[in-house]
Write a protein that binds this ligand. Structure first.
Ligand SMILES: Nc1ncnc2c1ncn2[C@@H]1O[C@H](COP(=O)(O)OP(=O)(O)O)[C@@H](O)[C@H]1O
Ligand SMILES: O=P(O)(O)OC[C@H]1O[C@](O)(COP(=O)(O)O)[C@@H](O)[C@@H]1O
Length: 321
């Protein structure tokens, strides 16, 4: 069992709607709606805790609506080390259609100030004094008020603790994170396209971009591309994983499930291919329903068997690793 600190700087209550088809500019009446404490680090924590790890959740939470989060943390069995700030945590709408298409409406979130960022760092330091951690994850977008230089500074401090730092973010924050060279990053192909300087639609372009991420100093460079699967480049080489074909009902949380699966495998000292197979199968499991993936699904072993993992030919990364 590992101890992991999952930081969500901008958490959310996810309001998931299940619709036949989204009709713009009119009243939609979904068959099903669900409100759940979420945000990238919270979702990763949910999966890791279910897999038996000791998890601390932190970041910034609005004081005025933290009830659903407190309940969720209790249910998950994680330690709540969120810094409370005044106001309400955002609600993100997730509109899932029968076709599998999902429209995300992610609010800006509540503002934080310099003192609250300092308080977050103190909280993490306190957690590390209480007990060592095996990994720190920073996941999701930045809340208003947290500038890019302040984010870089935060990551620099976290990296300086010596605990392997994993980052999953997007936009300018991703570019800043790559500059800091954490242990691992896991963008999707749209999120990495800006940094890569081109779209990442082809397999070769994805392998090249992930290899470049590794060369930029990121020891575990991971790129996900939905149903197309994953590229992973690390010191031992490059791998590709292709998930089994599943009926996609709601893809929200797939990336978070994948990150949690990778952390689980690596922190449990599992073999690399086994780790990648597990994380990919678990993320494919997650898209069949609202929320994160579970190993409790009846057919999980079948999903594992149907996940293809390939050690890429040396020519893909020749002279680079
Ligand atoms: N339609 C799908 N079918 C099967 N697996 C999927 C599908 N969409 C996502 N996944 C799995 O979830 C992982 C993460 O999904 P992706 O959409 O790339 O991440 P993010 O949620 O961060 O955008 C993929 O690498 C894949 O293993
Ligand atoms: O912080 P951001 O980038 O707005 O993302 C937050 C959203 O991402 C999620 O964590 C889902 O992320 P993934 O689909 O990438 O796994 C939602 O729960 C949440 O609403």
């Amino acid at each position: 069992m590992a101890r992991v600190i999952c930081i969500t700087l901008n958490p959310a209550l996810d309001l998931a709607f299940e619709l036949e088809e989204l009709a713009l500019g009119t009243v939609n009446r979904p068959k099903h709606a669900q409100l759940e404490a979420a945000g990238k680090g919270v979702n990763v924590a949910r999966v890791l805790a279910a897999l038996g790890h000791d998890v601390v959740v932190s970041g910034f939470l609005g004081r005025d609506n933290d009830g659903p989060f407190q309940l969720a943390f209790k249910h998950m069995g994680v330690t709540d080390a969120f810094v409370r700030v005044s106001g309400e945590t955002r609600i993100n709408a997730k509109l899932a259609e029968k076709s599998g298409r999902v429209t995300d409406i992610n609010g800006p979130g509540i503002g934080v100030d310099t003192a609250q960022v300092a308080s977050l760092l103190d909280t993490i330091e306190q957690q590390l004094n209480d007990a060592p951690a095996d990994a720190i994850l920073v996941a999701g977008s930045l809340p208003p008020g947290l500038s890019l230089p302040a984010f870089s500074e935060l990551l620099t401090h976290l990296k300086a603790t010596g605990v392997p730092l994993w980052v999953d973010t997007s936009g300018e924050a991703l570019l800043r994170a790559i500059e800091i060279a954490p242990e691992a990053v896991k963008p999707n192909e749209l999120e990495l396209a800006d940094w890569a300087g081109s779209t990442l639609e082809s397999h070769d372009s994805r392998v090249n971009a992930t290899t470049r991420l590794y060369q930029a100093g990121i020891k575990q460079a991971l790129l996900s591309a939905g149903a197309e699967g994953v590229i992973w480049v690390n010191t031992c080489g490059a791998w590709q994983a292709t998930p089994p074909s599943v009926q996609a009902v709601n893809t929200v949380g797939a990336g978070d499930t994948f990150v949690a699966g990778m952390l689980h495998g690596l922190l449990s000292q599992q073999d690399k291919e086994e780790t990648l197979r597990f994380a990919t199968a678990l993320s494919a499991e997650s898209v069949r329903h609202v929320g994160v993936g579970t190993t409790q699904a009846d057919d999980f072993s079948l999903l594992l068997q149907r996940t293809r993992v390939q050690h890429l030919h040396a020519s893909h990364t020749e002279g680079t690793l």
